[in-house]
Design a protein around this ligand. Structure first.
Ligand code: F0G
Length: 461
């Protein structure tokens, strides 16, 4: 863009009041929440960076579209409008809505597991994806490039697969035991880092040679396409839509949590390129799990809002501001010496808390300790993506160690201003400056699956 006077490419038409609380109160709220910010009430949070999932602001066009929602149980107009948009973007033959990303996962992944001992391979599985892989009786193997964990060194596509390692895993497991290769775009779990088109092409060709299905876990595919346009040779003059279409052609199945790049508060997508038998199975299976195949757990109005949101998310002015905003926060932290995943990713700033609090062992959750301190400091709610989230080995029940102990500062879309991000930056820097006083945590209550959502913790004195 040649105009260097650039601010938010929207203005505010409706506001939602948020309130700052006192430090004293926050200490009490956090204790009552079992030192797990998932259990805080949102009214006690000033700036909520827990997730970018379903937390964005809808546009006036989306709010208007809600009024057109057709709530027919079967064959609603809203379904057909959404189907038209999904088919245009993916150029796939089949579409089924789901209530959100994990709804799509629970329907599709079990269909791909043919026998015992199968694996899925991903750059990095998102946590619910990993859970559904395991619930389907398979195992999840991550295969991202080593550079992904080299926080300080620039790499344009830290979400890339290590393709040599991928080939090696396929050979050692036997291709018949690989249920699918899941390309997570962008790669959420290590910084919202993009995958290059070239890398996806290599992965896709390898999978094809072994007849292994390729699944795009594309919650943030539009942000990935934007990075491809910015950083990969040959894409500078392409539209985000055409880059996205190229990306989808490299896979067989598209699963999407539409709460991210669908710019909607709820929704999920299952799209299948051309496998009619798989589509038929999913369409049968979705009825008891999510709902009739033309609504899949969504109301008609949700589907209409999503149809608009999917198109708005491909707008380049929107994406440029979105990615800039996240980078602004990251740059401020980096300038103050706070270790962050670099370059800054698409949806969040990932703070490397293993480096901030090396005195806290991984199974006392250093990043959770930083997250809690940040809430006490300024009422900012972030989220841990580290060993607390990763959980235990399903076979040995030992605590697994995440390669990194991240605090994720996740930026909702079209929601907060630069002033909010300055408050966040100032607060993170204040916590960083008193990092040696941080304490580890242990369990008061540990749930058996996806423990980080509902666990109760206590500080180790
Ligand atoms: N895949 C990815 C890459 C995700 O980031 C998420 C959700 C899902 C699948 C599951 O989708 O939540 O709609 O069921 N990520 C959210 C997050 C929750 O905070 O990163 P869902």
């Amino acid at each position: 863009m040649d105009n260097h006077y650039r601010a938010e490419p929207y203005r505010i038409k409706m506001v939602e009041t948020i309130k700052q609380t006192t430090k004293e109160k926050r200490i009490e709220y956090l204790k009552n929440a079992g030192y797990n910010p998932f259990s805080l009430r949102s009214e006690d949070v000033y700036i909520d960076l827990l997730t970018d999932s379903g937390t964005g602001a809808m546009s006036q066009e989306q709010w208007a579209a809600l009024m057109r929602g057709d709530e027919a149980y079967a064959g609603s107009q809203s379904f057909y409008r959404l189907e038209g948009v999904v088919k245009t973007i993916t150029q796939y033959r089949y579409f089924i809505p789901a209530h959100q990303g994990r709804g799509a996962e629970q329907v599709v992944l079990p269909q791909l597991v043919k026998n015992d001992g199968m694996v899925f391979i991903s750059n990095i599985h998102f946590d619910t994806t990993r859970a559904h892989v395991e619930l389907a009786g398979a195992r999840a193997i991550d295969c991202v490039i080593d550079a992904c964990y080299d926080v300080e060194t620039y790499h344009p596509f830290k979400g890339n697969f290590d393709t040599e390692k991928l080939a090696e895993i396929i050979r050692s497991k036997g291709p018949e035991n690989v249920a699918g290769i899941i390309m997570t775009v962008t790669n959420n779990s290590a910084g919202g880092q993009p995958i290059s088109m070239e890398n996806m092409r290599t992965v896709s060709a390898l999978a094809k040679s072994y007849r292994i299905p390729v699944i795009i876990d594309g919650a943030r595919y539009a942000e990935n396409a934007y990075f491809v346009k910015q950083r990969e040779a040959g894409y500078q003059n392409r539209s985000i839509l055409s880059i996205s279409q190229e990306l989808f052609q490299l896979a067989d199945i598209f699963l999407m949590s539409a709460k991210k790049d669908g710019l909607s508060n709820m929704g999920g997508i299952i799209a299948i390129k051309d496998d009619e038998a798989l589509f038929t199975k999913c369409r049968t299976y979705i009825v008891p799990m999510e709902g009739f195949p033309t609504y899949g757990g969504l109301s008609g109005r949700d589907m209409d809002a999503l149809a608009i949101g999917l198109q708005e998310a491909l707008d380049e002015d929107y994406l440029a501001h979105r990615i800039d905003q996240v980078r602004y926060l990251g740059d401020r932290l980096k300038a103050a010496g706070v270790p962050v995943q670099y370059p800054i990713g698409g949806h969040a700033v990932f703070v490397d808390c293993g480096t901030i609090a090396p005195h806290i062992p991984f199974d006392q959750f250093p990043a959770q300790s930083v997250v809690n301190e940040l809430y006490i400091e300024a009422g900012v709610r972030a989220v841990e993506i580290g060993s607390f989230l990763l959980g235990r080995d399903p076979d040995t029940n030992e605590n697994l160690q995440n390669p990194k102990e991240w605090m994720r500062l996740t930026i909702p879309r079209r929601t907060y201003t630069r002033n909010h991000l300055d408050v966040v930056a100032d607060a993170v820097i204040a916590v960083y400056q008193r990092r040696t006083s941080l304490k580890g945590l242990c369990f008061d209550y540990e749930p058996p699956v996806l423990r980080h959502f509902t666990a109760r913790l206590k500080p180790i004195e």
